[in-house]
Design a protein around this ligand. Structure first.
Ligand SMILES: Nc1ncnc2c1ncn2[C@@H]1O[C@H](COP(=O)(O)OP(=O)(O)OP(=O)(O)O)[C@@H](O)[C@H]1O
Ligand SMILES: O=C(O)[C@H](O)COP(=O)(O)O
Length: 403
């Protein structure tokens, strides 16, 4: 992969450089609740601007349905980027239309613009190569050079991630370079015991990594929305908890293989349940019940790991030499369900392991719960991306930068 410094050495002054970032930050209305992903890519943008490039920043935010939707606008992210850079940042209210073209045409050397959400266009995420290609052609008209630095999205075969770099001279940004260097260590000579903690809500995206981890990890701790598919696979009632029914046979197979290989699967022994998903806006008290993991009432959902599980997980992390953690243990955005995630974060810090936290929400959780992000070995901006990297999969957004 060409580095950004090599691209700069070739000359970026006066050139329009398209930076594919991952500005998919958590929002409360128009307020950014964690700006970690913007801070992570800001040095790349600043470096290009300092070297005289006309910088065009593009990203997705959330999962809009291929059409403009104000709830998913990147305007708040553009405003925050402007604060972080300490300079004006122009914002184009479309992605490839007149406003984007005009905004880019108005950029002076060393100036920065952000385009509106790439996913407002159906071509960005299309499974049809021609439709994606046509959108990439439109994006390519805006720029002379491409820098891939949206590590959180490199596992997506999307127009701006995969097709666009094939159309422009390209390089990898500093964030991607750092992420790959750290995660590579976990695929090579990992110090043991190697413990992996998996949670979160994007269950179907994440179950696949277990297949790979069974060959590498010594211990796999499961929490968050993931846990209920495992509990169901063991024959337990999970009520109205998050459940990936079609994955139950695969999970049963994982449990069998783990037992045969001596890989320890650690599942919740108790959980916090409620009949209602908590109100994340008002944060009104949720008054959950604590129940044994094999006694979840049929009309309730599990929303955090319970106190006995927190202790158990802390003990399973204490003597680890390497820990990779992806996905909150519960709905940490509500204080009544933040305890499990807090306990695991503390467990990482109390160990003397090399610790890697992966995922936009996991990283946000660590910061929102008051932990010092510098106390962890590495906080990755990629959730699904870091997991697929560890799986050894070819990631479209990295492959596209390679030649
Ligand atoms: N038991 C649960 N039921 C429902 N949602 C849950 C549960 N446990 C955790 N979550 C939710 O999971 C979400 C985070 O999951 P996600 O899989 O997106 O994490 P991530 O990998 O860190 O982030 P990303 O994939 O965005 O990089 C949080 O919003 C949290 O509220
Ligand atoms: O949050 C993430 O993991 C990345 O921004 C990718 O988002 P996606 O899962 O909606 O593609």
């Amino acid at each position: 992969m060409k580095t950004i410094d090599e691209l700069i050495a070739d000359g970026v002054g006066g050139k329009r450089v398209f930076v594919r970032a991952d500005l998919n930050v958590p929002l409360d209305g128009a307020t950014i609740t964690d700006d970690g992903r913007i801070r992570a890519v800001q040095p790349t943008i600043a470096k290009l601007a300092q070297n005289g490039a006309k910088v065009i920043v593009a990203s997705h935010l959330g999962r809009p349905k291929g059409a403009p939707d104000p709830a998913f606008s990147l305007a708040p992210a553009a405003a925050r980027l402007s604060e972080l850079l300490g300079r004006d940042v122009a914002f184009a209210t479309d992605t490839v239309g007149d406003r984007a073209r005009d905004t880019v045409a108005a950029l002076g050397d060393g100036e920065v613009a952000v385009l509106e959400n790439l996913r407002f266009n159906p071509g960005e995420t299309s499974k049809d190569d021609a439709e994606r290609g046509a959108f990439a052609d439109q994006l390519a008209q805006l720029a002379d050079l491409y820098v891939g630095d949206g590590f959180g999205a490199v596992h997506r075969k999307h127009a701006s991630v995969y097709d666009l770099p094939a159309r422009l001279p390209h390089a990898a940004g500093d964030l991607i370079a750092t992420e790959v260097a750290v995660l590579k260590k976990l695929t090579e000579d990992v110090k043991r015991p190697y413990a992996v903690v998996l949670g979160g809500a994007k269950v179907s995206d994440k179950l696949g990594v277990i297949d790979h981890l069974l060959e590498r990890a010594d211990r796999i701790l499961i929490g968050g929305g993931m846990a209920y598919t495992f509990l169901a696979a063991q024959g337990h009632e999970v009520g109205i908890s998050l459940l990936q029914k079609d994955q139950i046979p695969a999970v049963q197979e994982y449990l069998k293989r783990a037992a045969a290989k001596g890989v320890e699967f650690v599942l919740p022994v108790d959980v916090l349940v409620s009949a209602d998903f908590p109100d994340l806006k008002t944060k009104a008290p949720a008054n959950p019940d604590t129940v044994a993991a094999d006694a979840i009432p049929a009309d309730k959902e599990g929303l955090d790991i319970g106190p006995r599980t927190r202790e158990l997980y802390a003990s399973k992390l204490a003597d680890a030499a390497t820990i990779f953690w992806n996905g909150p243990m519960g709905v940490f955005e509500h204080p009544d369900y933040a305890g499990g995630t807090k306990a695991v974060a503390q467990g990482l810090l109390d160990s003397s392991a090399f610790t890697v936290v992966g995922g936009g929400d996991s990283a946000a959780a660590v910061r929102q719960l008051g932990f010092d992000e510098n106390a962890f070995g590495h906080i990755s901006t990629g959730g699904g991306a870091s997991l697929e990297y560890l799986e050894g999969k070819t990631l479209p957004g990295l492959a596209a930068l390679e030649d």
